[in-house]
Design a protein around this ligand. Sequence first.
Ligand code: ADP
Length: 445
Amino acid sequence: MPPDTRAAWLRTLGHLALVLAAALAAGVLAGHPWPVLAAAALGVLGWHYWKLHRLLRRLTARRRLAPPAGHGVWSELERLLHRSQSEMRARKRRLLGILRAYRAAAAALPDAVVVLERNSQRALWFNEAAETLLGLRHPRDIGAPLGERLQPLRLSPWLAAGRHAEPMLDVPSPADPSLRLSLRLIPYSDEYWLLVARDVTKLMRLEQMRRDFVANVSHELRTPLTVVHGYLDLLDPAEHPEWAQILGELQRQSARMTQLVEDLLTLSRLEAQERLQDEPVPMAPMLATLRREAEALSQGRHTVAVEDQAALDLWGSTRELHSAFSNLVSNAVRYTPAGGAITIRFAREGEGAVLSVRDTGAGIPAAHLPRITERFYRVSTSRSRDSGGTGLGLAIVKHVLNLHQARLEIESEVGRGSVFSCHFGPERVQPRARPDAGRAEAAGT
Ligand code: ADP
């Protein structure tokens, strides 16, 4: 017990002893000691009850206690209560200050921020930018179900995905369709989530300008290149033996440039599409074509095997899927030394399917894998150039797969080979139409 409290307590006990002693003395003088003593004790008890009652009333009325003036145990109790009340108030003021500062910071953010309740998906709070970017209104939309309020965005299934919700990268704003937004869901606690919407209109415009520029340049380069290529083809090295080496090099380089322009145009075309014209993609002829292409490119230097085990067809764009698969096959041939083996396999995977291209070639060091699908990213520039690569093949593969909601997985071991697999979900497969479906074919050359 602190010294002040102990002193107050002793003082109160002393007062009690004094009162009782005085009462006893008065009682003895009056000839009735016990009744006088009992009356005094009752008086003391009554006084304490009155003090207790007064304190309870003040506490229940949530009134702020005044700093006490006396020295007894009640004053000490009031002093302690007054102190803890003051401390609590100071803490509350500090917390409120912090909360206000946070709110002011969130309100001033240029991004729209909405705090929503996880279960009901209702908006609990939003900042000013949420009014301009999402069209929410204070106080009308506080407590409103967000999916309903922002209906054009079709948020409900996205919100339902919760922690697994992928960011929505480029969606029109419900407040102004000329604005493009990127939405992100941050489940920061079990009860509350944060929805953050960023205005990416300028970024998207720049991105569009970049795409248009690349598409236009590639398109403009195509005609002169065709002419150059055409004239070079007319020149027969046999007729000009002294020019044979130069002519050969010119033809190789112009073929490379033509391929580069074609790949750039393919990429631009893929980037410009949000959805593809979907159709059934028969996989038996697709695999036969891939085998033919591999064999033509390999010119007998590799073993080419096709394993068709899925008895399924795909659903998507035949043209684009062929371009993706054939890029993988061409890489496998180009990066595998003579004598190596290339296996193209199409198989079921859960409810979906996987097409993989395996080679026994050079392999790719793990450090390069995260960036390998970037445009013009090459593990070894000289080897890629020598092999006739443009550095755009895997970027095309990735784009095509994205448009089919499929994903590319790469496993590779330096010196042993690589496996590039394209994984398709259940919505992208369908039973094979032809009767010979399901017959596993495994063949080698
Ligand atoms: P490129 O036209 O240069 O082949 P890609 O985008 O198709 O461009 O591939 C990017 C890089 O990835 C290549 O330069 C090569 O280094 C590496 N690569 C791709 N496929 C394979 C493979 N099957 N084996 C080894 N390396 C590969």
